[in-house]
Design a protein around this ligand. Structure first.
Ligand SMILES: [Zn+2]
Length: 182
């Protein structure tokens, strides 16, 4: 049984009741709103009794409570999406760093006549290509290489779809290896 109907008047129920009442009050059917009102007016009453009074199956309340919290989780995850996408884009960028072969001098000072460094060709700098997987993710997210649009805003925008894609990107990006650490 979900948290929403556990504890029958105990502290756990009292703690979740405001949000449970809010969750129920969003439903169209009057019996859910009746239960929401009863929850608000009788915070110490056993939830099962209130369900019986309102004609609501406690299992329905459990499912609605789970669904409500799942959606709340989606909203919270979605709020992190811009920063995560920016992180992935940053990982995808090519970086210019000091050439370790010549310590950034451009010449091999430990050799006679100080020849040009064969690695950086005298520039003292080398390019490090951005993380390959991060690049794929960025191109895919920007619909440059994706065959299927990630989110069809015109036809079927859904928070679940957006967050599902975000979750997939988060999981993928967690496997990215820092090129500097190699
Ligand atoms: Zn060099």
């Amino acid at each position: 049984m979900a948290e929403g109907t556990q504890g029958q008047g105990g502290s756990a129920v009292a703690k979740v009741q405001p949000n449970l009442a809010l969750c129920l009050s969003r439903r169209r059917e009057p019996r859910y709103r009746i239960l929401a009102t009863a929850l608000a007016e009788h915070p110490d009453a056993p939830l099962l009794d209130l369900c019986l009074m309102a004609g609501v199956d406690p299992d329905e309340v459990d499912k609605m409570w789970i669904d409500y919290n799942r959606r709340q989780g989606y909203v919270k995850v979605a709020s992190h999406l811009p920063d995560i996408m920016e992180d992935v884009a940053e990982d995808a960028r090519t970086r210019v760093s000091m050439c370790r072969n010549c310590d950034g001098l451009g010449r091999m000072e430990d050799q006679p006549e100080f020849p040009l460094c064969p690695i950086c060709d005298g520039s003292g700098k080398v390019r490090k290509i951005g993380d390959h997987r991060s690049r794929e993710l960025v191109f895919e997210a920007m619909k440059i290489t994706s065959k299927e649009p990630i989110v069809n805003i015109n036809n079927s925008f859904s928070l679940e779809g957006l967050v599902g894609e975000a979750t997939r990107i988060i999981r993928s990006s967690s496997k990215v290896v820092d090129v500097d650490a190699q």
